[in-house]
Design a binder for this molecule. Structure first.
Ligand code: SAH
Length: 258
């Protein structure tokens, strides 16, 4: 009998940010294929008895190529197993989840997708940065920094307003900031980079469009990190900013609100 595949969005890395539905799927899994950015430290307890397969990238190891992951999902399911594919964040946000779903459909394997808390929203939040704030930003755009943006994309992004969130954006930060500046984004536009969100060593580096590349280089900012460009970055805090100070910063927004 054919088994099935459940794609589980594991959230931004902390185990208690996995959904209840995701935890239930894990508890019922025969085999778990997991990514590096998904919560995986206690998988043997969350998925007792399941075979655990690390398909993610680690320093010194190569990630299992995408087509091989898809082949593995199908192969295990066709052998009658319940396969959980545990991914970081949400499977459908820059996570190649839809490719895995299509591979299951093509092989006639039943597949379900359980959403997850995406790092695009949660990691800025962990640094005190809301993606929207009334009167300041009423939209946000999530982009991949994996490949450089085109000139057309940069032009539109620079003119759109609101908040820009970049995943996988550490290496392309210089071309992003230069591109946005070229299309008229003010040099003083605040930029934050949040590394290792929700980990004990989470760190936020803050600057503006003109100086963030230098600050990030000095701080040796490294992946995984989320880059946020926009006025909302003024609200960033690591949890100990006083209420009075935050109110003062929010009041400063009236000057920039359109
Ligand atoms: N599907 C995932 C994103 C996958 S792309 C989601 O919805 O969150 C991988 C990128 O996500 C990383 O390069 C980084 O930009 C970001 N990311 C994921 N988890 C993170 C974390 N805990 N801290 C910082 N960035 C993270």
């Amino acid at each position: 009998m054919t088994g099935r595949v459940t794609l589980v969005g594991g959230g931004p890395g902390r185990e208690d940010l996995l959904t209840l539905a995701g935890a239930r799927a894990l508890a019922d899994a025969d085999v778990v294929l997991f990514d590096r950015l998904a919560p995986h430290e206690r998988l043997h307890e969350l998925a007792p008895g399941a075979e655990l397969v690390d398909v993610g990238k680690r320093p010194g190891h190569h990630a299992v190529p995408q087509h091989e992951i898809e082949a593995l999902l199908v192969e295990h399911a066709l052998a009658g197993r319940h396969v959980v594919r545990l991914k970081g964040g949400d499977p459908y946000v820059l996570g190649r989840g839809s490719e895995e779903v299509l591979a299951c459909h093509a092989a006639g394997v039943p597949v379900e997708v359980i959403p997850g808390v995406t790092s695009a929203v949660a990691v800025p939040g962990a640094a005190g940065i809301p993606l929207t704030h009334r009167g300041v930003s009423h939209l946000f755009t999530v982009v991949s920094g994996h490949a450089p943006l085109t000139e057309t994309e940069l032009e539109h992004l620079a003119g759109l307003g609101g908040t820009i969130v970049v995943l996988m954006g550490v290496n392309s930060l210089p071309s992003l900031t230069a591109g946005l500046a070229r299309y008229g984004m003010p040099a003083q536009m605040p930029v934050a980079i949040i590394e290792r969100g929700f980990r004990p060593d989470q760190r936020t580096t803050i600057g503006d469009l003109a100086d963030i590349v230098v600050s990030a280089g000095r701080a040796r900012v490294a992946s995984p990190a989320v880059v946020v460009v926009g006025e909302v970055v003024r609200l960033a805090h690591d949890g100990d900013a006083g209420a009075a100070e935050l109110m003062e910063r929010a009041a400063g927004f009236t000057a920039v609100a359109r």
